[in-house]
Write a protein that binds this ligand. Structure first.
Ligand code: ATP
Ligand code: MG
Length: 566
């Protein structure tokens, strides 16, 4: 059986990656009095994606494994890009994935007053100054990797002048971009991050939490390390691009003489055929390459949920990929494997026909209907059954019949005998075509002694196909998905072009098939296996008259393999 944890708060793992080893060591040395307190710190400027899932599983998982706590903290320091829609979506997605932050939902904006006071303290200590250079001037005087930067002419302002200007920045006296507050560190520092980074900028913009209370906003780097400190985070887990920022975090916390978390970096998740950058995902949505954030082709958590991916599969995927200190790209196949692995255990088996063709059983009594009690989980009979009607006229997959069967074709052709899954053995007598040669209907006879699909004399019947009673079947729209991007790395696939050039024009096809009645009665979001076809989830676009199903994953075995062989 799969590890099937209810949520991320009862994680047990024996994994010994470098982060868990460090925490173990800290506990042994009593570094943080044996405490473990992590946080997941999204910026509410987009929806969460699979990359965030890695961070959620890590932060909530580690906290749980070491009997610690994990906060949800919205890093909301940029009012122009953030909004409440994103906040709500993030809460929903973290909870769906199994992260439970209890009453510890925090916002960097909760600390704006404290952050302001800390900035005043830095000014008082001569460690911050108000710079009136333009953004452009600040950029060009920063220097390069090989050349030091130049001191701002405003760098030597007195403490009193800085205090006065900073207060006036806050009170709204100056327009956007008029000046900034910078840390006074070292314009010749080898680490460019340390060359007097900006701590505060003026933005006359309404904030989703604080409204118009503020017109100056702290920069991410300044706010992030102090928020971690305020919350008493023991292990600040972040992705590799923050390695260079660590020196700045240390400088700020030391300058303020406040509590110091330990930062540990890990590699971001990259996935083949996928983009995991919020900026790019926003572009896909706003320029309508997809139908919204929850389009089932999106790697967002809401897109994956709608596609039918169970949270357990994502958690298991995150467990499998583990943690590394160097960037790498994970195969999409591994993700699909985890999805199949979970659905194989948990999705009931039902019948649906993607491309129906009529089949008539000539020797089956007209008007007769039999109801088969079929198991929802063929290997676990005790898990319940549903009634499936059987009649003289059926639908089967068009592709399960061949006029000119290739070698080793074990399904229907004139003269062949196959098993109708769970029902009867039938032998194909003839097929009817229209004048253009299109198959109209197939005629068969059945062996009344073979009820359940077993030959009474034990004769071998290799092929098994699925079916539906024509009169009882219900039309459905079935959406089949493929990779949204054609290349393994959409970002580099098109020299001189963009990732948008790599979009797969066939990433979604919609077919009109038929399903058994039980499927139509399921709630939206239910995950099932269509026997022999794949895993599907009922979509929220379903109506009373037209159920809609999304293909979550193919079965890969059965069909695909058989098709390839021929
Ligand atoms: P993007 O680059 O897509 O805009 P971000 O890192 O700016 O993402 P945040 O909202 O700041 O987005 O991310 C919240 C947390 O999720 C951060 O701690 C970040 O390190 C982590 N995270 C984001 N993307 C990934 C990823 N691909 N793999 C692992 N962790 C990630
Ligand atoms: Mg970020």
């Amino acid at each position: 059986m799969l590890p099937n944890t209810e949520n991320l708060n009862n994680e047990k793992t024996d994994s010994t990656d470098f982060i868990r080893s460090t925490i173990k060591e800290d506990n042994e040395l009593n570094t943080f009095e044996g405490k473990v307190h992590t946080r997941f710190p999204p910026e509410p400027n987009g929806y969460l994606h699979l990359g965030h899932a890695k961070s959620i599983c890590l932060n909530f998982g580690v906290a749980s494994e070491f009997s610690g706590k994990c906060n949800l903290r919205f890093d909301d320091t940029n009012p122009t890009k953030e909004n409440i829609e994103y906040v709500n979506a993030i809460r929903e997605d973290v909870r769906w994935l199994g992260g439970d932050w209890e009453d510890r939902e925090f916002y960097t904006s909760d600390y704006f007053e404290q952050l302001y006071e800390f900035a005043v303290e830095l000014i008082r200590k001569g460690k911050a100054y108000v710079d009136n250079q333009s953004a452009e001037e600040i950029r060009t005087t920063r220097g390069t990797l090989s050349e030091p930067g130049q001191d701002s002419p405003y760098r030597t302002r007195s403490v009193e002048e800085n205090l006065d200007l900073f207060q006036r920045m806050r009170s709204g006296e100056f327009p956007d971009g008029y000046c900034v507050l910078r840390a006074k560190i070292d314009m010749a520092a080898p680490n460019i991050v340390m060359r007097d980074p900006t701590l505060y900028r003026i933005r006359h913009a309404s904030h989703q939490k604080t409204g118009n209370r503020w017109c100056i906003y702290p920069m991410y780097d300044y706010a992030h390390c102090i928020s971690d400190s305020i919350e008493g985070i023991t292990h600040s887990l972040c992705t590799l691009e923050f390695v260079n920022n660590k020196e700045l975090y240390d400088w700020i916390l030391n300058a303020l003489e406040i509590y110091h978390p330990k930062q540990i970096e890990f590699a971001r998740l990259n996935l083949t055929h996928t983009v995991l950058s919020k900026r790019k995902l926003i572009q896909l949505v706003s320029e309508k390459y997809v139908n919204g954030w929850d389009d089932p082709r999106m790697p967002t958590l809401c897109g994956l949920r709608r596609r039918g991916v169970p949270p357990e599969a994502i958690r298991n995927f995150c467990r499998k990929i583990g943690l590394a200190r160097a960037d790498s790209t994970v195969e999409y196949n591994l993700f699909e494997f985890c999805v199949r692995e979970h659905l194989n255990e948990h999705a009931p088996r039902l019948m649906a026909v993607m491309d129906p063709v009529k089949l008539v059983i000539d020797n089956y009594e007209e008007g007769k209907i039999e109801f088969f009690d079929l198991p929802l989980y063929p290997e676990k009979n005790s898990f319940g059954t549903r009634k499936v009607p059987f009649a003289r006229e059926l639908f089967i997959e068009r592709d399960d019949f061949r006029k000119d069967p290739p070698k080793k074709f074990h399904r229907l052709f004139v003269g062949s005998e196959v098993r109708l899954r769970y029902a009867y053995l039938i032998t194909c007598q003839n097929a009817v075509y229209d004048e253009d040669g299109n198959l109209l209907e197939i005629h068969c006879t059945y062996d009344p002694q073979s009820k359940g699909g077993q030959a009474p004399d034990g004769r071998k019947v290799k092929g098994t196909i699925h079916w539906l009673s024509k009169q009882h079947s219900i039309p459905a729209e079935i959406r089949l998905y493929d990779h949204l991007f054609q290349s393994e790395d959409p970002n580099t696939a098109h020299e001189g072009g963009s990732f948008l050039d790599d979009i797969n024009p066939h990433s979604m096809t919609s077919v009109h098939g038929v399903i058994e009645p039980y499927l139509a009665s399921l709630e939206n979001g239910s995950r099932v296996q269509f026997e022999r076809v794949g895993y599907f989830a009922k979509d929220s676009d379903s109506t009373e008259t037209l159920p809609v199903f999304n293909r979550t994953a193919t079965l890969r075995d059965s069909w695909a393999k058989i098709e390839k062989k021929q």
